[in-house]
Design a protein around this ligand. Structure first.
Ligand code: ZN
Length: 220
């Protein structure tokens, strides 16, 4: 985990406190609250297609990174002419997959996925809707089970309960290898001891703001 406070990107950022070993200018661990821990945990909800996209587009490393063979699959779909696909939304489904947790993302300070809580679509036929009302699709112009188009838009409503993943009142410690732990009494002292830091004056506390690009670089 690198401290690169000078390399801010535009857009939303979340703050965290990093403890730096002064002599080596090395980040030992970070202290943060809900905003940043929610960002880190949200990576676990991402579809593989989204991870491939983020790895290619959001890494801070100059040479484009790949996500093993998944990146090859992603690139294959990107390059594939639509004439080979079942329908025109298949490319969007594969390259911009919907995240089932998008309502959670919408309320987060830093939305890694970048998706909004999008509408769902149901059948254009009133009778079919009444009968099969719960048959909805997240992509428009798909065929209903009755053969007609699913093109009646329903705006999905954000649920107030969905407010990220961890409690607002908690403070966490994040180790250099990204273990996230509650900041209980003694946690940071134990960690400092494990890292061989005996003198508290040898460390410095700094606040850094993390952008989407920097958060992706931490993970990938
Ligand atoms: Zn229908």
């Amino acid at each position: 985990m690198a401290s690169n406070a000078s390399d801010h990107q535009q857009g939303e950022q979340v703050a965290l406190t990093v403890l730096v070993e002064k002599l080596k200018n090395k980040v030992l661990f970070a202290e943060c609250g809900k905003d940043f821990v929610d960002v880190l945990f949200s990576f676990l909800t991402l579809p593989l297609g989204t991870i491939s996209r983020l790895v290619a587009n959001e890494s801070n490393i100059i040479e484009a990174m790949t996500f093993g063979c998944i990146s090859s699959l992603y690139q294959s779909v990107e390059n594939l002419d639509e004439q080979y696909l079942w329908n025109h939304t298949c490319k969007e489904m594969l390259l911009q997959p919907r995240n089932s947790m998008e309502a959670y993302f919408e309320k987060m300070k830093l939305n890694i996925d970048g998706t909004e809580s999008l509408p769902v679509f149901s059948c254009e036929d009133d009778n079919c809707r009444r009968k099969n009302g719960r048959y909805v699709c997240t992509f428009s112009d798909q065929k209903c089970i009755c053969g007609k188009l699913l093109n009646v838009l329903h705006q999905s409503k954000s649920n107030n309960i969905e407010n990220g993943f961890v409690k607002e009142t908690c403070i966490f410690i994040i180790s250099d290898d990204l273990f996230v732990m509650p900041n209980l009494l003694g946690t940071s002292l134990d960690l400092l001891q494990k890292l061989g830091i005996k003198d508290i004056n040898a460390i410095d506390k700094q606040t850094v703001n993390i952008s989407k690009k920097e958060a992706c670089s931490v993970i990938f």
